[in-house]
Design a protein around this ligand. Structure first.
Ligand code: ADE
Ligand code: ZN
Length: 345
């Protein structure tokens, strides 16, 4: 939809009101300190922080690994199916407030099976929240299981095996955790197997690691979307490939800021990539840790980069076009997006 630009004063309200999809959000990274303390109490799990504020004060990271260490510690409070249901319910409540109409939630089972939980406890709790989402929150929600790339491919196969009885509760497979030193091709065989099983495929690539990781996510793993992908800007041939094949990039500006991928939001490459024709989207990654949910990512990024209502429309439209939803749901959501833009004109 082409429209005349909406005045900058009304842009934050438009960014908040516009219907959108969230395609890159790790549910364990949505666990707010308040719920973490409540679950710690409910499950008798000790926390090494005195209170919520002391925990929040520890959220200062120099890189991805420093974040992953504290994120991992936070997952220890999750024990029961109800815990996973409650955590997902809290996220869906926030997502609804940000006018998210479709969310494709990342989760990992390996973190939790490593603590002695069953994969089914995790999947069933999260899936029940997704099933309730249309009636409770007026939105669609589905699940993408991420393998942890710092673990071996054999362990990823074991993880895949464990969720096969729950196959119908999971739409896709992804790849997360420590990127540098764990390239996509390490998981070539298990992604090929997931593909045969009919899973949609995505992978984190080019968050901290070089463009070669994006190439191998595309050409070896054959993923349909790249999570982050910000490092593609350093490879002109890759940029062309992403534009030509309309490969969606699920970008997370506040995450990149908090993990020092960019020194400031003003230096973020999302605007340049969008203007180059790349199918970028805006997402929150780990909103409890990075200072904001999806609308905060939109408003801060637009302010820092001087982006316009045309960019806003493109990003929201991309989020629906890149979603793993059926064609009729997609057109309903795009109609609602167009409707909101029309009321703002
Ligand atoms: N797990 C949670 N958030 C992540 C990120 N931004 N990169 C890799 N793994 C993650
Ligand atoms: Zn992520």
């Amino acid at each position: 939809m082409h429209h005349k630009p909406i005045h900058a004063d009304r842009l934050p309200a438009l960014l908040r009101a516009m219907p959108k999809a969230e395609l890159h959000m790790h549910i364990e990274g949505s666990l707010e300190p308040e719920l973490m303390f409540a679950l710690a109490k409910r499950n008798n799990v000790p926390l090494r922080f005195a209170d919520e504020q002391a925990l929040r004060d520890a959220y200062v990271f120099n890189n991805l690994q420093e974040f992953l260490d504290i994120y991992h510690a936070g997952t220890l409070v999750l024990k029961t199916e109800q815990d996973f249901y409650d955590m997902a319910g809290a996220y869906l409540t926030r997502a609804q407030a940000d006018n998210v109409l479709n969310t494709e939630i990342f989760f990992d089972t390996q973190t939790h099976t490593g603590h002695g939980l069953d994969a089914a406890t995790v999947v069933n709790g999260l899936h029940r929240a997704c099933t309730d989402a249309p009636a409770k929150f007026g939105m669609t929600a589905s699940l993408i299981l991420c393998f942890l790339r710092h673990l071996s491919e054999d362990e990823a196969f074991e993880c895949l095996e464990q969720v096969l009885p729950l196959r119908d509760k999971i739409v896709g497979i992804g790849l997360a955790s420590s990127e540098v030193g764990h390239p996509p091709e390490k998981f070539a065989k298990v992604f090929a197997r997931a593909r045969e099983l009919g899973f949609r495929l995505v992978a984190h690539a080019g968050e901290e690691a070089p463009p070669a990781y994006i190439w191998s996510a595309l050409d070896v793993l054959k993923v349909e979307r790249i999570d982050h992908g910000v490092q593609a800007i350093h490879d002109a041939t890759l940029m062309q490939r992403l534009v030509q094949d309309r490969v969606p990039l699920t970008m997370c500006p506040l995450s990149n800021l908090k993990l020092c991928v960019f020194p400031t939001l003003a230096e973020h490459t999302i605007r340049r990539m969008l203007d180059a024709g790349i199918m970028a989207t805006v997402n929150s990654d780990d909103p409890a840790y990075f200072g904001g949910y999806i609308n905060e990512n939109f408003t801060q990024t637009f302010a820092a980069l001087g982006m316009t209502s045309q960019h806003a429309y493109q990003l929201a439209r991309n989020s629906f076009d890149a979603s793993f939803i059926d064609a009729s749901t997609r057109s309903r959501y795009v109609e609602r997006l167009d409707g909101v833009f029309e009321t703002f004109l």
